[in-house]
Design a protein around this ligand. Structure first.
Ligand SMILES: NC(=O)c1ccc[n+]([C@@H]2O[C@H](COP(=O)([O-])OP(=O)(O)OC[C@H]3O[C@@H](n4cnc5c(N)ncnc54)[C@H](OP(=O)(O)O)[C@@H]3O)[C@@H](O)[C@H]2O)c1
Length: 163
């Protein structure tokens, strides 16, 4: 899908979260997330929306759920085909921001993955899908240590677009 990107923070073994929470709160990663997604539509599953607890400011918040969600300032889609049809109408870059079910559903449709790769592991109950790194160009955007946690922010761009 045109201009569809994924953004996530993953552990060494691709862990994403535990008990509907993130595994780490890495401030430079949060800053990168905000700066990269601000001004763009963000798409998430209902569990991630509940985990964040409010719509993200300065972004169009799009939630996928089979239920009604009573919250102002969000757009809810009840199935992926309706969501896809809507996303196709959006011209600029749009971001899948989680969680695992959305990453699984969209990894083959996204041309770009922004992954914060943490050089550590923690117990997790949700995981990012494995993907074939040889099919992507890999660019290191940031390499840093925050409060003893070493991480790299990597931009993966698909070599052959899925358009
Ligand atoms: N590390 C990171 O970068 C990152 C980012 C985001 C989230 N997370 C973590 O990921 C975990 C949550 O991931 P998750 O996979 O459990 O939940 P999720 O993807 O956030 O949400 C799952 C929910 O989305 C809805 N949904 C998914 N597919 C659907 C479809 N095809 N049609 C209609 N509705 C659909 C359903 O909502 P209903 O049940 O309401 O119908 C489903 O229960 C949490 O631990 C969170 O902290 C990590």
């Amino acid at each position: 899908m045109k201009n569809l990107s994924i953004i996530a923070c993953i552990s060494q073994d691709f862990g994403l979260g535990l008990d509907n929470q993130l595994l780490w709160q890495i401030k430079p990663d949060m800053r990168f997330f905000r700066q990269t997604t601000e001004g763009h539509p963000v798409v998430m599953g209902s569990k991630t929306f509940r985990s964040i607890g409010r719509p993200l400011p300065h972004r169009e918040n799009i939630i996928l759920s089979r239920q009604e969600i009573d919250s102002p300032d969000i757009k809810v889609f009840h199935d992926q085909s309706a969501l896809d049809a809507y996303l196709e109408t959006l011209d600029g870059e749009k971001f899948i921001i989680g969680g695992a079910s959305l990453y699984n559903a969209y990894i083959d449709l996204a041309d770009k993955l922004y992954l914060t790769e943490v050089a550590a592991s923690k117990p997790a109950d949700t995981y990012f899908p494995t993907f074939d790194k040889s099919k992507y160009h890999r660019k290191i955007l940031q390499s840093d240590t925050y409060e003893g946690i070493t991480f790299e922010i990597i931009e993966y761009t698909r070599k052959e677009s899925n358009l």
